[in-house]
Each structure stands twice: as structure tokens, then as C-alpha cells.
Design a protein. Structure first.
Length: 157
């Protein structure tokens, strides 16, 4: 059987050990292993390291340690979109994430100009570096930045 989203991430520690640690701490393993189809924009270890360094922390694991489970859940669910959305069905515009902010889904802007590019609440742009990693419960698109949802960075800073 095809592995699920979490199993794929666990099987690639060179790229996703920090993401897996964050998913475990945020108690999202069941959500991301379930049968509900999901699309995950998955930051690499290098992306977590860069985000941590920008905040004055040593590395991605230090960032995971610094955040509470609830903060990590907010951060991670901002990288998840409902449904199985391979790159062939993605269209430019606004994507609603699973992260709820002030009563509605926080959004990501999606551009298809020069690749698949996401823009977060702080206008950080992340590029999809590896699209369409198929999972039994959806699809993973690997990205090169950690996306920051509205209302979360204030807490971190």
C-alpha cells in the first residue's frame, strides 16, 4: 500500500526530520495520517533552519523546541489545504489553509508564474521545489521556506 503523508515524511529524515518532530509535538500525526485527503506544503529541514536563524535560534529543532504545541499546530495547519491537489489542478489565486484565524480560514496566495510560488501573511514567498509526492491520503509539495500564518509571528517575536 502507498504510504501516507506522515510515513513519507518519516521515511525522508534528511529532508523532513524537523517537520516530523513538529508534527509529533503539535499532535497532528493522526490528522495527517488519516483518510481525509489533504495537500501539504512541506518545508524542508533547511527551510526550518533558515526560519530559526532569522529569529535568532540555532536551528530548526531549536525552533520546534521554542514553540508550544498549540503554536506549532497553528504554524503547521497553515501549510495544509483540504483535498488532494496535485500541481496539475492548482490554479493561481487564493488557497484556504486548515489554519483558522479570527474565525475564518487563513489564506495563502498561489502564483504559477515561474513555478509554483506561495505567499504567506507576511509576504514571504516559498517555492515548490518538488511537486506531487503522492501519498495514500493526498499529496505533498516540498517547499523551500516556512510559511508564517497571521497572528503567529507576533507570539514568536
Amino acid at each position: 500500500a502507498q504510504p501516507n503523508i506522515v510515513q513519507i515524511a518519516q521515511g525522508d529524515p534528511a529532508n523532513f526530520s524537523t517537520l516530523v518532530a513538529a508534527v509529533v509535538k503539535a499532535d497532528l500525526v493522526a490528522t495527517l495520517s488519516g483518510t481525509t485527503p489533504l495537500t501539504v506544503f512541506a518545508p524542508t529541514n533547511a527551510a526550518f533552519n533558515a526560519a530559526a536563524e532569522a529569529l535568532g535560534l540555532a536551528d530548526g529543532p531549536a525552533l520546534v523546541n521554542a514553540l508550544t504545541a498549540d503554536q506549532l499546530e497553528d504554524l503547521l495547519t497553515y501549510h495544509v489545504v483540504a483535498g488532494d491537489n496535485p500541481s496539475t489542478v492548482l490554479s493561481a489565486g487564493t488557497l484556504s489553509s486548515l489554519y483558522q484565524f479570527e474565525g475564518s480560514a487563513a489564506t495563502l496566495d498561489l502564483s504559477l508564474t515561474g513555478g509554483v510560488i506561495l505567499t504567506d501573511a507576511l509576504l514571504t514567498t516559498a517555492n515548490v521545489t518538488t511537486p506531487d509526492v503522492d501519498a495514500s491520503n493526498g499529496v505533498i509539495h516540498v517547499i523551500d521556506k516556512v510559511l508564517v500564518p497571521p497572528g503567529v509571528l507576533d507570539i514568536v517575536q
